[in-house]
Design a binder for this molecule. Structure first.
Ligand code: MN
Length: 425
């Protein structure tokens, strides 16, 4: 299924009147308070988030999967689904592949298909957290950190293979997330595990082309429940520094212990120019991988406030690679991703409204009440008309979920593809 611009234009006609009056009101209000509305709308229109190939099927990851029907059975169909999201929102202009689930059989056809949807291939993801059916060595007791030299070498070689595939697709980065750790005290020597991991990452880094970046993701626990070798941002930061200038830390929102001050971690990493990648999701308890903004929207706003500050002030930090990393089993995965994209752009737009000058002044005067008010003024603004203005500008749907439903996208996908389950998770 392909959604053409004309179909979206037709759909927007029904909603443009309401939009016009909402936008006029907000635009007037923001202009009076000193915001450059056109610039904010342009920034929202430019913001692109990568969709991971594993989020397009009905997820559920560790537990049961309840198929939604019309799931993409092959890589080409996964790209088509991201193409649908991009057509509806114009903010999902990239796809993030996972090897070995997404090994392309025909690279040039896949690149052609991506180009036709206006998509690029963002960070490649390796997988050394499970054994493949034809595996020559096991990752049961670790991969890059393993005490077994063969397993370590096998995991390094897998990452090099992912880089080779990524090069063919014009990707420019590799994300490494490791499940490596221990479930019981005494199982691992912490220092040996860390030293093995550092050596393995350096080998992978040395195998990257000059214009590639390495993103090192961290996570405190799960699937190992006693220790994870790369457990926190500090460990990731240390390893990135050991690898070199093109290695960075990747922050995944769900990979923190409850109540961690993630916005402060973002600020600390950007201060040192080491925040390379960012995975969006939301959680109540652990790595729940829920829809972005569904549980803690204010926390998301505070994080974006630091990201916006960092993008403006830390020129030594590269522009971060954004990706949604969520997966669950009770929503239509495409509707879920549309909701996530909306939440991300809302938080971004709110952060763009923060009066940085007034905030700085309040901080210099230790005016705590004013500082809080400045942040919450921005947070409590309904910025949705700004998102709609950006979509209208780029030819996307004013209300993507309404459009998705009225265009009967899921029904069409089911009739085209049947009830096959997506590959991957
Ligand atoms: Mn992640």
């Amino acid at each position: 299924m392909i959604i053409g611009k004309d179909i979206i234009e037709q759909h927007n006609k029904n909603e443009v009147e309401n939009f016009n009056s909402d936008f006029a009101y907000l635009s007037d209000k923001l202009t009076k308070s000193g915001s450059d509305v056109a610039e904010i709308v342009n920034k929202i229109a430019d913001f692109q988030v990568a969709i991971p190939s594993w989020a397009l099927g009905a997820g559920g990851t560790r537990f049961g999967r309840f198929s939604y029907g019309g799931e993409p059975a092959v890589l080409e169909q996964k790209l088509d689904d991201v193409g649908l999201l991009h057509a509806l929102t114009h903010s999902a202009g990239a796809v993030s592949l996972h090897i070995p689930w997404d090994i392309p059989s025909d690279v040039s056809a896949l690149k052609e298909s991506a180009a036709s949807h206006g998509l690029i291939f963002d960070a490649m993801n390796s997988n050394t957290f499970q054994d493949q059916p034809d595996a020559k060595h096991s990752y049961k007791f670790g991969s890059l950190n393993s005490v077994n030299e063969d397993s370590r070498a096998y995991a390094v070689e897998h990452n090099k293979e992912v880089i080779r595939i990524g090069k063919e697709l014009d990707s420019k980065s590799l994300t490494v997330w490791l499940a490596d750790g221990a479930s019981f005290p005494g199982q691992l020597n912490f220092q040996t595990a860390l030293s093995n991991t550092e050596k393995s990452l350096k080998e992978i880094y040395a195998g990257m082309p000059e214009d590639w970046k390495l993103f090192i993701e961290y996570k405190p626990y799960e699937p190992n429940f006693y220790s994870t070798t790369i457990q926190d941002w500090g460990t990731s930061f240390m390893l990135a520094n050991a690898c070199g200038d093109r290695a960075f830390t990747l922050v995944d929102l769900g990979h923190h212990l409850p109540n961690t001050n993630i916005e402060q971690i973002v600020a600390t990493l950007m201060y040192k120019g080491k925040l390379g990648g960012f995975h969006f999701n939301d959680s109540k308890y652990g790595d729940d991988d829920l829809t972005v903004g569904s549980i803690k929207p204010y926390a998301l706003f505070l994080i974006f406030n630091e990201l916006v500050y960092g993008m403006e002030n830390n020129k030594n930090n590269p522009y971060p690679a954004w990706m949604i990393d969520a997966s669950h089993n009770i929503k239509d995965p495409l509707e879920d991703l549309l909701q996530s994209l909306e939440a991300i752009l809302i938080a971004y737009a709110q952060a763009l409204l923060v009066d940085q000058k007034a905030l700085k002044e309040a901080q210099l005067n230790n005016d705590v009440v004013a500082a809080q008010d400045i942040l919450q003024n921005a947070y409590r603004t309904d910025v949705r008309p700004l998102l709609k203005a950006a979509r209208l500008q780029t030819g996307a749907a004013l209300d993507p979920i309404t459009a998705y439903r009225s265009l009967k996208v899921r029904e069409t996908l089911i009739s085209e593809r049947g009830w096959a389950k997506a590959t991957g998770l």
